[in-house]
Design a protein around this ligand. Structure first.
Ligand SMILES: Nc1nc2c(ncn2[C@@H]2O[C@@H]3COP(=O)(O)O[C@H]4[C@@H](O)[C@H](n5cnc6c(=O)[nH]c(N)nc65)O[C@@H]4COP(=O)(O)O[C@H]3[C@H]2O)c(=O)[nH]1
Length: 582
């Protein structure tokens, strides 16, 4: 037997009837809809309530329902047919209205509950239809304008960076999508400028986050002040900003903007009594030539930014297709490097250090080499920075320490071995444990191991770094400061930790004979070392004249091609034999 077909909400004829208007309103509009004895109960309900019978007629409506319908400028009349009434509940926006009607039609046909929202100016009413088992429907109406306004505010907040008030990555993405749509529709081009602050981290680390935050807010103001109202300035990361330049005609305007950004950000800041200088590197990608989708544009702007940083920072670069090729090469290097450890392609070379007073060799610095299957011997300068960037320096550095300790055990006591330790290794937490295990595994006494660090190490998380350095000192490992004088706070770092040794950068040794102040600098550092009880090693000594001067200026040790180039472990015996034993 076929089930009883559910009656339609309205017959065709009824549905075609126009919605009654104010003019047709009965004298007592409440009368037909609620039995007088029910009215006080249903009118007390907060929600609007409409009851629709099996024939699709509104048979009851409480007062809140009438008020809400009124607010939507829909009039309820005697004998109002439900479907035209529901149809009259429409959004002001055509697409939303079509979607609502479609959902309504489907739900009515299948007799399923349906919920939709009706927006009219600043009003939003939520309408919910529930089919009744016996036929007919109950409709609830609720004013959700306040909730909607709160949600809209929260939505807007979720798209803003709270610190600077600038659009965040999410909003930037939306604006970029709109710009690309305009590009497809009307050919209006746009540019994406990716801005990375140079030297922001040291400010944040040394002066604290409140100062860093205030600085970022000022940077945001400066960026805002230099763009047009149609452009978007966004903050998408700690010290990363983006400008989406809309409606550009040629690259000249973008170039001028990029130049302005570098100049503006590079000007001095006064933040809570601190005079600060930072810089900006900018990578630029243009749509459509550098990409017509958001991901491609962002990626290419990022490649251009990478180039700007490589070229010394404080500058801007436009994307060029060869940058992509270079990045591919970098990726290949990265892949090769990841395999190099397992394939035993790394090797240590050692460069001896000579004690000037005794004329004896006191130890060697371990310098890594990569014997690449296709490229031959690769200099650490060509792969250590990348290894640091991608964190691979941690396992590589571990291998260096273990191998260096094993090799040093074959040298005459008390010759020591010095290893370079990168900032990323200090961050990894494993450094001290690795060193303890390398010493234990090789049997090398801690006093024969030396750790060389550069200013880069001390620039990061100072307290934790100093703790690690102190732990190493407690083990008996010596700590030396490498490339002294090349950073801008070398002197202040000498006060923060009792280094055993200062290594004077080879640029000063090179200047020794060519620049008048070369001698004075070496003399000053040697004097400083002496008064602080630290040995001083001059690096990069290539001529006997340089060695002579260095001796006169008071340095204790020398290292350089004059003594020996870095050599493989197996050639060291020969080098040692050429010098008197300690
Ligand atoms: N022109 C000239 N150069 C001289 C002379 N004497 C030594 N050198 C070179 O100067 C560099 C000294 O090492 P560094 O300043 O620690 O600088 C090192 C160090 O920062 C890094 N490095 C090397 N091995 C390691 C390692 O195992 N771990 C880490 N983290 N870094 C390493 O790579 C840098 C470069 O290493 P190398 O290419 O081996 O370059 C070495 C060495 O070969 C000289 O008389 N004249």
């Amino acid at each position: 037997m076929r089930p009883d077909p559910q009656p339609a909400l309205l017959s065709r004829r009824e549905a075609a009837r126009p919605i009654p208007t104010e003019r047709d309103a009965p004298r007592d509009p409440q009368a037909p809809y609620l039995a007088p004895h029910l009215a006080p109960y249903l009118d007390a309900v907060r929600q609007g309530l409409l009851m629709i019978d099996r024939a699709g007629r509104v048979v009851a409506a409480n007062a809140p329902a009438r008020r809400l319908l009124d607010s939507l400028t829909v009039t309820l009349e005697t004998d109002t047919a439900a479907l035209p009434l529901l149809r009259a509940l429409r959004d002001d926006t055509a697409p939303a209205r079509r979607a609502t009607l479609r959902a309504l039609r489907r739900a009515l046909a299948r007799r399923q509950p349906v919920l939709f929202e009706v927006r009219r100016r600043d009003h939003t009413v939520q309408v919910e239809l529930h089919p009744l088992a016996a036929g007919g429907w109950v409709v609830t109406l609720e004013d959700v304008s306040t909730r909607k306004a709160t949600e809209a505010r929260a939505d807007a907040m979720a798209r803003l960076d709270p610190l600077t008030g600038l659009p965040n990555r999410l909003l930037l993405r939306e604006r970029l999508a709109e710009a690309l749509e305009r590009l497809a529709r009307s050919g209006e081009c746009c540019a994406l400028l990716l801005i990375d602050l140079d030297r922001f981290k040291p400010v944040n680390d040394t002066l604290g986050h409140p100062i860093g935050d205030a600085l970022l807010a000022t940077v945001a103001d400066r960026l805002r002040s230099t763009v047009r109202a149609t452009d978007t300035v966004a903050r998408i990361g700690g010290d990363e900003f983006v400008i989406l330049q809309a409606g550009i005609r040629d690259a000249a305007g973008t170039q001028a903007l990029a130049r302005r950004v570098v100049d503006l950000i590079g000007r001095t800041y006064m933040v809570e009594g601190h005079l600060l200088t930072i810089g900006a590197s900018v990578g630029v990608a243009l749509a459509p030539e550098d990409g017509a989708d958001a991901d491609r544009l962002l990626k290419n702007a990022d490649l251009a930014l990478y180039r700007a940083k490589l070229d010394g920072r404080g500058t801007y670069r436009f994307f060029e297709p060869e940058m992509d090729a270079r990045m591919q090469a970098r990726r290949k290097l990265e892949l090769d490097m990841r395999q190099a450890l397992a394939r035993r392609e790394f090797q240590l070379h050692y460069q001896p250090q000579l004690q000037l007073a005794s004329g004896t060799l006191i130890g060697c610095e371990a310098l890594i080499r990569w014997r690449h299957p296709d490229r031959g011997l690769v200099s650490p300068l060509d792969f250590i920075p990348l290894a640091e960037e991608i964190g691979l320096i941690v396992p590589i550095g571990e291998w260096v320490v273990r191998q260096a300790c094993r090799d040093a055990m074959t040298w005459p006591d008390p010759m020591s071995v010095a290893v370079n330790v990168s900032p990323a290794q200090f961050k990894s937490d494993r450094l001290v444990e690795t060193i303890i295990s390398a010493l234990a595994g090789s049997g090398l006494p801690a006093r024969r191991l030396e750790v060389e660090i550069t200013e880069g190490v001390l620039l990061q998380e100072n307290d934790r770094t100093l703790q690690t350095l102190h732990r190493l000192r407690e083990l008996g490992v010596r700590v030396s400061m490498d490339d002294f004088g090349t950073g801008y706070s070398s002197l202040s770092y000498l006060r923060s930790f009792p280094f055993d040794k200062i290594k004077i950068d080879r640029s000063f040794v090179k200047d020794l004979t060519s620049k008048p102040d070369g001698e004075a600098i070496i003399r000053a550092i040697a004097g400083l070392g002496k008064s602080l009880g630290m040995t001083t090693v001059a690096e990069g000594v290539e001529t006997s004249e340089q060695m002579q001067r260095i001796r006169l200026e008071g340095c204790t040790d020398v290292q350089g091609y004059l003594i020996s180039k870095p050599v493989p472990a197996e050639d060291l015996r020969q080098v040692f034999a050429a010098f008197p034993q300690a």
